[in-house]
Design a protein around this ligand. Structure first.
Ligand code: BTN
Length: 236
């Protein structure tokens, strides 16, 4: 269960960094929200530009956590975002492992971080950025969208936050096989071609533990989630 406690800030460098630095004093399931971030971070060491108007949150998980469950956190979080968007009339899909897209444009991203050794994790922090009211993405406008751009309506950040919490808890309480099936039904990568290790492969399947299976005429490969980035995804 997440969201029993919500810590709100006008500005933080990064909600993930705040949660990391203060994890000892933050209860399991607490959500840290900032109206803007000055050093927002994305996956692969990218920056996540974080002006006022969007949702920036991190949830901190401390009990019953395991690195074996990383794909479960990824799936539950991705589906929670897809569902809240659907609730606003926006059809979104998931690009493995955890980019949320609307018609190939990114609307939300997820950054999961942990500390401690795998047998004794200190925490898992799940950072979520959802483009809510931003309408100008400058040079990224071909690749990025927001709830407001999709619906032509201003949205209330608080409502988006509460919906996220609602759907996250709903999917966490569901049997993971159901969640996994729903995740696959929203995934856009199956059957697509990608470049991996300088070779072109077709994405054949994604296992329930998040391992992705690639195949071409010569080889089959199984790749774990952290070792692949589907930046170059082809439709052909
Ligand atoms: C991605 O690259 O797609 C992941 C983006 C994650 C951004 C969120 S915003 C809230 C949290 N704090 C951060 O610094 N990053 C994550």
């Amino acid at each position: 269960m997440i969201g029993n406690k919500i810590c709100r800030f006008d500005e933080l460098e990064s909600t993930n960094d705040f949660a990391k630095m203060n994890y000892m004093n933050i209860d399991h399931g607490t959500i840290v929200v900032a109206s803007r971030q000055t050093k927002g971070r994305g996956r692969n060491s990218n920056t996540w530009k974080s002006d006022q108007g969007n949702l920036y949150l991190s949830m901190i998980l401390k009990s019953d956590i395991s690195l074996k469950k990383i794909f479960q956190y990824v799936s539950v979080t991705s589906l929670a975002i897809v569902d809240l968007l659907e609730n606003c009339g926006i059809t979104a899909n998931i690009k493995y492992p955890n980019d949320i897209l609307v018609d190939h444009k990114k609307i939300a991203g997820i950054l999961i971080e942990s500390a401690g050794d795998s047998s004794k994790l200190k925490y898992i922090i799940i950072g979520v950025g959802i483009n809510a009211n931003q309408i100008d993405f400058k040079e990224l406008s071909e690749k990025v969208t927001s709830m407001r751009l999709e619906t032509s309506k201003q949205c209330t950040i608080e409502r988006v936050l509460l919906q996220f919490i609602h759907y996250y808890n709903l999917h966490t309480n569901d049997d993971f096989e159901n969640v996994y099936r729903k995740y696959l039904s929203k995934s856009i990568v199956l059957g697509k071609k990608i470049k991996y290790d300088n070779e072109i492969y077709t994405i054949n399947s994604i296992d329930i533990d998040g391992v992705i299976h690639l195949e071409n005429e010569i080889m089959k490969k199984r790749v774990i989630m952290n070792e692949i980035s589907l930046e170059e995804l082809y439709d052909w």
